[in-house]
Write a protein that binds this ligand. Sequence first.
Ligand code: DMJ
Length: 591
Amino acid sequence: NVNQVKKQDFSSSDINSFSSSSSNDNDISSSTSIDYSSSSSSLSSSSSSSNNNNKINLFDSSKNDESSDNEISIKIIDNSSGNDKKDSSSSKTQEIDIKIVDEKQPTDTEQKEYSPKPDGPFNRINKVYEENKAVNQYRAESVKEAMKFAWDNYKQYAWGRDELNPVSKTAEEWFGFGITIMDSIDTLFIMGLKDEFKDARDFVENLDMAKNTTIKVSVFEANIRVLGGLLSAYHLTEDPLFLKKAKEIGTLLLDAFDSSNPFPKAFIDVYTKKASYLRWTQNCALLAEVGTMFLEFEDLSLLTGNSVWKEKSDRIIDTLSKIKTRIPGLVPTKLKPEGTTSCAPAVTIGAMGDSYYEYLLKMWIYRDSAENYREMYLKAANSIIKNLYKEFNGVGFMSTTLINGNPESGLQEHLACFLGGMFALGAAANVSTDYKVNKEFMYIGEKITETCAKSYELSPTGLGPEHFLIKSNGEFKLSGHGQPIFFRLRPETVESLFILYRLTGDTKYQEWGWNIFEAINKYCRISSGYVGLKSAPDVNSVKDDRQQSYFMAETLKYLYLLFTDSSVIPLDEYVFNTEAHPIKIIKKTIV
Ligand code: DMJ
């Protein structure tokens, strides 16, 4: 009777590898719907429950994030004696406790019971999932085992530090936030790795972020990995600790902004609060760095009720929307801090540009009243197809960079392989009002995904290189051409495979993903963790010495989701940040 009421990787570290300078430059709940209307500073929220007209002022800073359990005791008088004639003496008085469960209390790490999502544009896998259930379960378990193995080794050799160096069994300190833990929490939760999740939570609880003395914390990386990871952990668990910590890192990141410029500086010393630029960019901002904060910053404002992050994010998108571009929607990669002009004309959808384009779409998927994002996305997407997409003999690929208006012919970066999933997701969400345009987006998404998967399939190790070339007869060239061809455990291809599988139900994406997983196990798993290869196509390649934090955040998460059923992180309920941390969509209708 108790009722429960109720980028060394591109982007930033890769960005640093372009640098000529030294390594110093390492140098409310889901039931609440939010009305963003058009005014950015007066968000209001109303409960979706029709009989509750309470208006919550989300931006009331006095609101306490950590509400507590309420227990009330009530008396129930039972008159049902089974006798028509009422006899008050036979009434039974019962005292029962009603526990009002606060929605933000931590939940168990158990998986929810399987209740498949209805078929629709974001889910076409129920039938094929059931048909191959045993295989799917075996594969999901295998990926889970890989996650546990990677985690256990990190725990043994690098606990609390940023990343594990498996060959030397040492730890890599990058900017001192235990990045691997922050990046892994949600994956551990999704996979139901309870003990590991508990260890991660304990670490987060005891971490005093303001005491970090790393001089140069990358604002971009801290945003996508630390803030993104904590927000996602909060969305999945509703444990207030994660929101408290997200607020902590979000507050520290605010020091990267000053009132005169819209863009944040690239680094922040959270201890002294001094911000600095990337030295090798001559104080210019990089598009991917400043254009990949919208989702995390808005979500933090929404969840805390403090508009400060959304205001920064609005100012950035506003500035970017006004920059004059040679090609509609394609913003130059290096920008003046005041945001009025670019520092150089080159445009890229690969390293240093990539996730800006991803976030234009994802902001429109995330919330209502995001027409500015949609328009900017459509302009960019159409220009990408027109200027960078090519098909040679049926092989479709993206040249990632436009220099002086000309595409770098035939060269594709692995980092740009996320575009397959991006184009397909936009199509499924009907980002264009023109049916034919969405159809074309889906086609491009499928083509890019296929090409990226092929770069793995054709490689003797089964692992695709960082760069590959498509010749004019459609042949793949996986080596040479002066660009790095390492394999760094990156996620972009398996990310697209996962998205395409959910959207089409075509099991070929699962097969390609499984082959990649097996190749990773064959060539990258050593006794003390997972490492990359210096040369992806070389079966005798020298291994690198790094278990990248995004391997557990992204690569293993997407591989796991490729073999789970449609109830696990449904694409109409969550949008992934660029580091694969799922954030709850607040848009009322997404298709
Ligand atoms: C990740 O940190 C993110 O996906 C980022 O957007 C791009 N690079 C790495 C993984 O390759």
